[in-house]
Design a protein around this ligand. Sequence first.
Ligand code: ACO
Length: 335
Amino acid sequence: MSPDRHAAVAGLGSALPDRVVPNAFFESIVDTSDEWIRQRTGIGERRFAADGEATSDLATAAARRALETAGLEGAQVDLLICATLTPDTPIPAAAVWTQRKLGLTCPAFDLNAACAGFSFGLSTGAAFIESGTAETVVVIGAEILSRVLDLTDRSTCVLFGDGAGAVVLRRSETPGIVGSVLGTDGGAAELLIIPAGGSARPATQETVAARDHAIRMASGRDVFKRAVTEMAAACRQLLEKTGHTPEDVDVLIPHQANARIMVAVAERLGIGQDRAVVDVEQIGNTSAASIPIALDRAWRAGRLRPGALVLLTSFGAGLAWGANLIRWSVPEPRQ
Ligand code: ACO
């Protein structure tokens, strides 16, 4: 890497579908309660996309806002990356539909690391800039998870929501993306899985009847434990690698899966809860979109000041996890 080639966040935005789905909706279809969902997850409601709305619609709205805050035109974008596990179509990629809707002409591709997708996308986008391959990259996390839910499975259907978040990365003389750590453990691949619809088990009437195109979680408890362990370890590793300590972190934004997981990660790191962003109550778990949505909402709420050290960390199916450290450089939003 040349010493003057770094990547920094220049703009950000997010988009949520209009339909609000409160916990009460699930009380009418499975054996659950608002109280149970709130206590175990911190989730009170989530958004579900309308019929006909696709992942690229949300991705396009989020990217448009990100470009606006960066003060950039679409023609200045060199690369578009969309992290998603719910693309509009198997081919072309959600990034391609998004490119078309934004009227861009740059290369565009999807990246699937499930709920850790934004960590992988941000690292990839930064690497393109640091290597001299691009000057400006749009990184999006976007999901319509309501299309891959089994609404008869109470252990998963209450957890997820739809939405998109995007950041614009630009070449910078000082490091904005200070460093990243990524990890994968294929040994636990069956813990969180959509069993059918790929080359191993293509769609058949049987797979549809068995609801094998929906997210399956073998053990919520095991996912919970691994999520806390891996996110805390990735953060520690990244802080050490970049010469920082948890005390240096101004804002921690973990993957917004579950409030108890986020509280536990902050505790393990010794980062006070006042420095952790827990924004799952109205959004639910939006997988690859959760971090950029939380980042955008925290920035718009005035929680991210230029110069702040922001630590992002994610975990999800794969298993896959990651952490990114950002020296914040986007001015506070105009009120
Ligand atoms: N409503 C009521 N009861 C429920 C529900 C529900 N929606 N879901 C599960 N239960 C029941 C279980 O059946 C079980 O009943 P039993 O004791 O009679 O067998 C009981 O609640 C306790 O189940 P546990 O799984 O032990 O409950 P736990 O306290 O671990 O909470 C939860 C479950 C919320 C899923 C938790 O384990 C969790 O959040 N895990 C992480 C899962 C996650 O976030 N997955 C998303 C993808 S990965 C990611 O994004 C990190």
